[in-house]
Write a protein that binds this ligand. Structure first.
Ligand code: ADP
Length: 319
């Protein structure tokens, strides 16, 4: 194998650039050539492909987003789309590739591997909703971004004796809410993985107020319901001077944390090692602080498990 490609696909996440850098530098270090593919599978099919060198990935480790851009390209789920992509791989002499993205991107990587072009997936998403990895690239940065907002909101919540419902991202997973909620000392964390009782939430707020508590912070995962809806439902159990904050896309941007950069670097380097061993159809993860790989096929049958112990912990220490 002489030449590999790299692309980012699906939603962007801070740390993707650090992963691109690691893959590129490690591959060049090992004597390979590296081609960047812009705009994910859309760019692959369009032939938006360019040769990268050590300097191409200079000065990007600290940047959020992905300098290779990302795009949704549902056509790649069809064989016709995949064959067009393969035509481009042949044209540029790319024999294997690294794909940074989520579940959908992994499907594309597996299809390419089945066609004889080894592809390895790196988990890039702020949502942390990928199985067989304790953390995804971008999650830690996102949690810290949310935490900064929670701390700020706490100031104003205290000054005005308000209740804040803070809606955070995560799609179907409650991970961002769990980690930022515990770190931010939220009185309640509402996640899709756990049923909740609005009356109990209201009673908790009331009990806190009766003890002289000035503020209440509720961190709500977007996978449960919209914050407006939640506030309206809560209002049926009393007037808690509730305000709503939907953090939105600020959670996706920004300079990656040290943890995301280091993890992305470890994963990117490992992906190149595996490609050099002639392996493909694998997804990289981090489990118990060790970089690991699993068959992408196994991931599709598996479910991501959120760290639910954090939910119980929060109930014990934040009220
Ligand atoms: P994510 O990778 O974050 O889950 P998407 O689900 O949007 O994001 O998938 C990213 C891209 O991966 C899609 O735009 C498409 O190009 C490709 N993709 C998604 N599903 C498949 C599939 N079943 N087969 C091949 N490629 C797919």
């Amino acid at each position: 194998m002489k030449r590999i490609g790299i692309l980012t696909s699906g939603g962007d996440a801070p740390g993707m650039n650090a992963a691109i850098r690691a893959v590129t530098r490690k591959a060049i270090h090992e004597g390979l050539e590296v081609y960047g593919i812009n705009y994910g599978y859309a760019g692959l099919v369009a032939g938006d492909i360019f040769k990268m060198d050590e300097a191409t990935v200079g000065d990007i480790i600290q940047r959020g987003g992905t300098f290779l851009y990302s795009a949704r390209y549902p056509e790649f789920a069809q064989e016709e789309g995949q064959l067009k992509g393969i035509e481009q791989l042949n044209k540029f002499g790319i024999e294997a590739l690294v794909v940074i993205g989520g579940d959908g991107s992994y499907h594309g990587a597996l299809r390419l591997t089945e066609h004889g072009y080894n592809a390895i997936g790196l988990p890039g998403t702020i949502d942390n909703d990928i199985p067989y990895t304790d953390f995804t690239i971008g999650f830690d940065t996102s949690v810290n971004t949310v935490l900064e907002s929670i701390d700020r909101i706490r100031d104003t919540a205290t000054s005005h004796e308000r209740t804040f419902v803070i809606e955070v991202m995560g799609r179907g997973a409650g991970d961002i809410a769990l980690w930022s909620g515990v770190a931010g000392g939220a009185e309640a964390i509402i996640i899709p993985e756990k049923e909740f009782d609005m009356k109990q939430v209201a009673n908790k707020i009331r009990a806190g107020r009766n003890r002289g508590k000035k503020h209440t912070l509720i961190v709500l995962a977007e996978g449960v319901m919209h914050a407006d809806e939640f506030a309206e439902e809560l209002g049926k159990f009393g007037d808690f001077h509730t305000r709503v904050t939907v953090l939105g896309h600020v959670q996706r941007g920004g300079s990656p944390t040290a943890r995301d950069r280091v993890m992305a670097s470890q994963m990117g380097s490992y992906a190149v090692e595996l490609l050099m061993q002639g392996k493909g159809g694998l997804a990289i993860g981090i489990e118990n602080n060790k970089v690991v790989s699993h068959d992408i096929l196994d991931l599709f049958d598996a479910k991501h498990h959120s760290e639910i112990s954090l939910y119980d912990l929060n109930n014990d220490i934040s009220y």
